[in-house]
Design a protein around this ligand. Structure first.
Ligand code: F6P
Length: 548
C-alpha cells in the first residue's frame, strides 16, 4: 500500500501554525528562556548515549504541540508502519524502502512479495563477515601469494559517500588495511589513487547497485586494464569483487560469481551503506565494528518506531525543519560536527537529504505550492567558525544549525577536547543570545574608547542573536553512536517527505543531465557528429572540440 496523500497546507494544524507563527515570529530566544525556567529541561531528549537539546529553537511548547498535531493529521504513525513493514512506499519506482530491514534483529520478519527478507539479509552479512575475516587475517591472498594491503572502493553517489564517510569517521577503529575511494569519472582521480598501489596486494571492490553507472564502469574498466598490465586475466578473481543487484552484468564484466555480494532493489542507493555496499566499511574496520554500526542504527529505528512524537528525536528534528522551511522561509540548514572525524558528514547528508526531498511534485502528481527540501551544507567546528560563521551570526539569512558534539575524545587529550567543546557550547550560546546594544556599549566604554569612536563602531558590533540551533551531544564517537546518528537523519528525511507529501525515494532529477552527457559524448568522440544545442552549449562544445 502506498502512503496516504494529504496536502499539508490544507490541514487545520497548518492554519493554526500560520496564526501562531505571526504571534511568535519576533519572539527572542532570550525572552523565551526568561519566561520559562523549565524550557531547557522540557525541550531536551535524553536517550541512550544521546543528549539532544532542542531548546535553542524558536519554538514554544505550543509550536511543538501544533507541529505534532500536523504530524498526526497527515497520519505519520501509519506512514511509519508502512515504511518498516515493507509497503511499496517508493511508488514511482514500484519498490519498498527497507534499509531498516538490513539492521533488524535476526528473528524479526519483514515481507516483500510475501517473502520474509530477513534470512537473506543475514546470509549476505555472513558472506561479508567471512570475506572480511579472510582478507584481514591474510588468509585471502593475492594472485602472487601476497597478503592484501589496500582496498579500493569504486563507486559513486550512495555507492561511495556512505562507505567513504563511515570509514573516515571511524578511522580510529581501523585495522591495517589502507582504504581508498575512487568515484569521479575524472580520469585524474583514479590515476592519483592507483599510482602508488601495487596490483599484487590490492583488492578492488566495485560497488554499483545498477551496474550501469557511467562513472563507476569507466573507472572499473580503466583500473582493470591497468591491473592486467601487470597480472594475467586469471588474477582477476583474487583482486576484484563486486556489490550489485545486477548479477548478470557483473558476471559479464568478468567477476567470479563467488565474488559477488548481492543487494536488493528495495535498498535505495543513498541508504545502502547498511547493505553489502558497506563491504569496504567491514574490510576497513573489521566485521564486529560494522555490526556495531548496524546495531546502533537498529536502536534508533526502535526509538523512532516506538517513542511518542514529542519524545521522538527524528520526528522533532524533522518538524523543526518544517517550521523553519515553511513558516520562517529559511532555505538552508547547516550541520556542524565538533570533531574532525566527521569531516565528510555534511557531504554525505547532502545526498541523503537533497536527493530525497528535492522534489516539487506531490504524491498526486501536482506541483506543490509550498517549499520542500532544504539546502544542506556544513563543515566541522572549529574550522568553520573561521570560515562561514560570520554570515550565520551577523548575515541576513536565517540558518538553523545542528551542532554535533561528543563528551569524550577518542585519544583522550582533555586539554584540546575542552577547548574544542568550549567552542561548541559558546557558539550556540552566542547565536542564541547575541550581544545587545547595551552590552556592546559597556564593552567599548570598558576599553576606554572615545565617544566618537564608540558611536562609529557600535552598529557593527551588535549581534542580534535569536539564531536557532539544536545541540546533539553524544557520549563518544563509536561505530554504534555513528549508526544511531545516521539513522536519525534517515528517519528525519522520511518524516519530512511524509509531511511535504512528496516521494522521497526516487531521484529522477539526476537523469536528464546523464542523458544529455551521453549525446554530447558521442559528439566529442566523433567530431563529424553534431546534435542541436542551444547557442551557449554549442559554443562551449565547439571550443572544447577545437582545443582538446
Ligand atoms: O546519482 C544518482 C544515483 O542513482 C544515486 O542515487 C546512486 O547512489 C548513484 O547514482 C550510484 O548508482 P549505482 O549504485 O547504481 O552505481
Amino acid at each position: 500500500m502506498a502512503l496516504k496523500s494529504t496536502n499539508p497546507t490544507t490541514t487545520n494544524s497548518w492554519n493554526k501554525l500560520q496564526s501562531h507563527f505571526k504571534n511568535i515570529e519576533h519572539s527572542h530566544l532570550r525572552d523565551l528562556f526568561n519566561s520559562d525556567i523549565n524550557r531547557a529541561k522540557d525541550l531536551t531528549i535524553q536517550w541512550e548515549d544521546f543528549y539532544v537539546d532542542f531548546s535553542k529553537n524558536r519554538v514554544t511548547q505550543e509550536t511543538l504541540n501544533l507541529l505534532v498535531e500536523l504530524a498526526n493529521e497527515v497520519d505519520l504513525k501509519d506512514a511509519i508502519s508502512r515504511y518498516f513493514e515493507g509497503d511499496v512506499i517508493n511508488v514511482t519506482e514500484g519498490r519498498a524502502v527497507l534499509h531498516t530491514a538490513l539492521r533488524t534483529a535476526k528473528d524479526s520478519e519483514v515481507f516483500v512479495d510475501s517473502e520474509n527478507v530477513v534470512p537473506g539479509v543475514f546470509e549476505v552479512k555472513q558472506k561479508i563477515k567471512n570475506f572480511t575475516d579472510n582478507v584481514s587475517s591474510g588468509e585471502h591472498k593475492g594472485f602472487t601469494g601476497k597478503a592484501i594491503t589496500d582496498v579500493v572502493n569504486i563507486g559513486i553517489g550512495g555507492s561511495d559517500l556512505g562507505p567513504a564517510m563511515v570509514v573516515d569517521s571511524l578511522q580510529f577503529y581501523k585495522n591495517y588495511l589502507n582504504t581508498h575511494f575512487v568515484s569521479n569519472v575524472d580520469g585524474d582521480h583514479h590515476k592519483e589513487i592507483i599510482k602508488n598501489l601495487n596490483p599484487e596486494t590490492t583488492l578492488f571492490v566495485i560497488v554499483s547497485k545498477t551496474f550501469t553507472t557511467q562513472e563507476t564502469l569507466s573507472n572499473a574498466n580503466s583500473i582493470r586494464s591497468w591491473f592486467l598490465e601487470s597480472l594475467p586475466q586469471d588474477a582477476i578473481s583474487k583482486h576484484f569483487v563486486a556489490v550489485s543487484t545486477n548479477i548478470n552484468s557483473v558476471k559479464a564484466f568478468g567477476i567470479d560469481e563467488n565474488n559477488i555480494f548481492p543487494m536488493k532493489d528495495w535498498v535505495g542507493g543513498r541508504f545502502s551503506l547498511w547493505s553489502a555496499v558497506g563491504l569496504s566499511i567491514s574490510l576497513a574496520l573489521g566485521y564486529d565494528h560494522y555490526e556495531s554500526l548496524l546495531n546502533g542504527a537498529y536502536k534508533m529505528d526502535e526509538h523512532f518506531k516506538t517513542a511518542s512524537f514529542n519524545e521522538n528525536i527524528p520526528v522533532i528534528a524533522a518538524l523543526l525543519t518544517i517550521w523553519y522551511n515553511n513558516f520562517f522561509n529559511a532555505e538552508s540548514e547547516v550541520i556542524i560536527p565538533y570533531t574532525q572525524y566527521l569531516n565528510q558528514f555534511a557531504t554525505y547528508l547532502q545526498q541523503g537529504i537533497m536527493e530525497s526531498n528535492g522534489k516539487s511534485v506531490d504524491r498526486d502528481g501536482n506541483s506543490v505550492s509550498y517549499q520542500t527540501g532544504t539546502i544542506i551544507w556544513g563543515e566541522p567546528g572549529t574550522n568553520s567558525q573561521h570560515a562561514f560563521f560570520q554570515l550565520i551570526h551577523q548575515g541576513t539569512k536565517l540558518i538553523p544549525a545542528d551542532f554535533i558534539g561528543f563528551v569524550k575524545s577518542l585519544h583522550g587529550n582533555s586539554d584540546h577536547h575542552d577547548k574544542l567543546m568550549s567552542n561548541y557550547f559558546a557558539q550556540t550560546e552566542a547565536l542564541m543570545n547575541g550581544k545587545t546594544k547595551k552590552e556592546v556599549l559597556q564593552e567599548l566604554q570598558g576599553q576606554g574608547l572615545s565617544d566618537n569612536k564608540i558611536k562609529a563602531l557600535l552598529p557593527f558590533k551588535i549581534f542580534e542573536g535569536n539564531k536557532p540551533t539544536t545541540s546533539i551531544l553524544i557520549d563518544k564517537l563509536t561505530p554504534a553512536s555513528l549508526g544511531k546518528l545516521i539513522a536519525m537523519y534517515e528517519h528525519k528525511i522520511f518524516v519530512q517527505g511524509v509531511i511535504w507529501n512528496i516521494y522521497s525515494y526516487d531521484q529522477f532529477g539526476v537523469e536528464l543531465g546523464k542523458q544529455l552527457a551521453k549525446t554530447i559524448l558521442n559528439e566529442l568522440n566523433d567530431k563529424s557528429k553534431s546534435n542541436p544545442h542551444d547557442a551557449s552549449t554549442q559554443g562551449l562544445v565547439d571550443f572544447y572540440r577545437k582545443n582538446s
